[in-house]
Design a protein around this ligand. Structure first.
Ligand code: AMP
Ligand code: ZN
Length: 135
């Protein structure tokens, strides 16, 4: 447990949260500032900063629980789709530094819009980036 981590405090029961699922590695609870109705967070119980540091076992258990929550959001809340979101480091909007996945139910008439406009790129720029990432 990291001393100053609010999500570790939720895991330990030292901070209130609307928990919705738990297993030996993982918990899920409601996001305190939901983007849509039913917006949940899934976290490993073990403290780990983000995607770059999380052990594979933590990633696996988190994504498995995210699927379970997404299914409940469909079957019980009637959402029409789901976005999974992970933010890794402040450059990517991370504000709580305990790895988590947002499970955000989407409704046909909800107010969320894509925050990004695609870059205009040439084929050679794609090829160049691909070369740097390959292998
Ligand atoms: P991120 O920006 O991806 O790091 O997301 C952190 C999320 O945690 C935000 O959506 C916050 O609304 C949410 N959050 C922060 N504190 C709490 C809390 N005490 N209980 C539930 N959700 C929280
Ligand atoms: Zn933590």
């Amino acid at each position: 447990m990291a001393d100053d981590c609010i999500f570790c405090k939720i895991v330990a029961g030292e901070m209130p949260a609307h928990r919705i699922a738990e297993d030996d590695r993982t918990i899920a609870f409601m996001d305190i500032n939901p983007w849509t109705r039913g917006h949940a967070l899934v976290i490993p119980k073990e403290h780990t900063r983000n995607l770059w540091e999380a052990p594979i076992a933590a990633l696996e258990s988190t994504i498995a629980m995210a699927q379970q929550i997404a299914t409940r959001q469909r079957d019980r809340l009637g959402c029409a789709g789901v976005n999974l979101l992970n933010c890794t480091e402040p450059a990517a909007w991370q504000t709580v530094f305990h790895y988590h996945v947002h499970v955000i139910p989407r409704y046909e008439d909800d107010p969320l819009r894509l925050p990004a406009k695609p870059l205009e790129v040439e084929q050679d720029e794609l090829a160049e980036a691909a070369e740097e990432l390959r292998g």
